[in-house]
Structures are given as C-alpha cells and as structure tokens.
Design a binder for this molecule. Structure first.
Ligand code: SAH
Length: 233
C-alpha cells in the first residue's frame, strides 16, 4: 500500500477525512523526509507505514480526541522533523502554530518542509527553557504540545512556561503514561499545572496526557537545563 492509502485508513479509524489537498501535502512531506532523511539524522522512521501511522496519524490524535479546536495559538516543543506541529497545521490551517527545535539541522528541515507544503508556521531554533523566559513567548500560548522529548517530570518544566492561565500542556506518551503522571505530580504542582486527564488512542499505543495552567508560573521556572535534570521537581 502507498503511504497515502495507509494514512487514509489510519485517519478513517480516527474519524477524520483528509481532503485531496491535505493528502497531497502529506505526500510532499513524506518525500521531503525521505530526501533529507537519507543523508541527515532526522528520524529513524522513513518507511511508508511507519511515517503514515507513527508520525502523521499519531501527530493528529489531539484533533480526533477533540482536544484541539483549530483556532488556538499552539507551540510544539522539540519538534524534530516537525512532529506533531506540521501535521496539526496541515489538518487545521487555522492554528497559529509555532515549532520550537534546538538542533539547527532539524530546524532548517522544518523551515524547508513548511515552504514546500505551503503552510505558514513560526519556527524558533532554540531551547525551550531559554525561549520560555522571553516576554513574547512566556505564558503566551493556548496549547503546548510535545512528543518524545523527555520524561514527563522534566518535560512539564520545559513546556510549562509557554501556556497562559487556562491554557493546556498536551504530552504524547506511550503505554507507561500513568506511571509518568504519578511521578510528575509534584512537578505539576510547583509549575501551577493541574492534571486534567489521559486520553488513549484506539490502538493502545499513544496516550495524550493533559494539564491546565491554574495559576501564573513562578519567576524561578523554567530553570537551566542542568538544574532541571539534576533536581527534578
Ligand atoms: N517531537 C519529534 C522529535 C522527538 S526527538 C517527534 O516526536 O518525532 C526530540 C527532539 O527534541 C530533538 O529534535 C531535540 O533536538 C529536541 N529537544 C530536546 N530538548 C529540547 C529543548 N530543551 N528545547 C528544544 N528542543 C529540544
């Protein structure tokens, strides 16, 4: 089966019908991943089924779970080759989407891919814990998404700085999500976040863990990365 056919099936299972334009964009994205991925360390997954299911369809889960409406200001922390930020923007063009990535080569790929896909995103090549201290990013977003960046107790400190009071952090996690949620309880409290719930996909692969900001973030957070790692909240 072609990448597009596999993606179409996976999206049908999520109750989302892609337009032919969107399918075309995912095809272009797949081509770009293969081209750049052949010579640059972008992602380990480059085959048809892997990209369609583990990258594209997986990225889109918050939409089918009704966790994203489609008009929010969103930041994707540690996007790598553009996940989940670019697929979310393709399917919900009304999102005001920022992708944040620390590695220059990956950020360059995101920028080139967005151009080829003809989607308008903001790209920041930097580190979350530093960018979250700047005035035009701190507590400025409705939603912060992040996939495969760090364990939840560390990830919450990297993401917490971006969301406004009432805004949400959505972490893509695997089957051990519940364990990580428990482990991150004290971090969430210190960061002014309230645990809302965990939303599993139908295959039991990915679970989206959701927190909401209930008070302003204390000035001390986020700390330097060395301290985040050394003294986990
Ligand atoms: N979210 C993507 C990539 C996961 S790999 C996916 O699911 O496929 C983790 C990525 O996060 C790497 O590209 C790494 O450079 C980036 N990253 C790790 N720590 C970061 C930080 N503190 N700030 C910004 N990016 C970070």
């Amino acid at each position: 089966m072609s990448m597009t056919e596999i993606l179409r099936k996976a999206m049908e299972a999520q109750g989302i019908a892609l337009s032919s334009e969107q399918e075309n964009q995912f095809e272009i994205f797949f081509e770009a991943l293969k081209e750049t991925g052949a010579h640059t360390n972008l992602t380990a997954i480059l085959d048809e089924a892997g990209v369609a299911e583990k990258h594209f369809a997986d990225s889109l889960l918050p939409i089918s779970m009704n966790l994203i409406r489609g008009d929010e200001k969103v930041i994707d922390v540690g996007s790598g080759a553009g996940f989940p930020g670019l697929p979310l923007k393709i399917v919900c063009p009304g999102l005001d989407m920022t992708l944040l990535e620390a590695t220059g080569k990956k950020a360059a790929f995101i920028e080139a891919a967005a151009k080829r896909l003809d989607v308008n995103i903001h790209l920041i090549n930097g580190r979350a814990e530093e960018i979250a201290r700047s005035e035009n990013a701190r507590m400025c977003y409705d939603i912060c998404v992040s996939r495969a960046v760090a364990r939840l107790n560390v990830l919450l400190e990297l993401c917490a700085g971006f969301v406004r009071v009432g805004g949400r952090v959505m972490a893509y996690k695997g089957e051990k999500a519940a364990e990580e949620v428990k482990e991150a309880a004290s971090a969430a409290k210190a960061l002014g976040l309230k645990y809302i719930g965990t939303y599993p996909d139908t295959l039991g692969m990915t679970q989206i863990v959701v927190y909401e900001r209930i008070e302003k973030l204390r000035e001390v957070y986020p700390r330097k990365f060395s301290n985040i790692k050394k003294k986990v909240l």
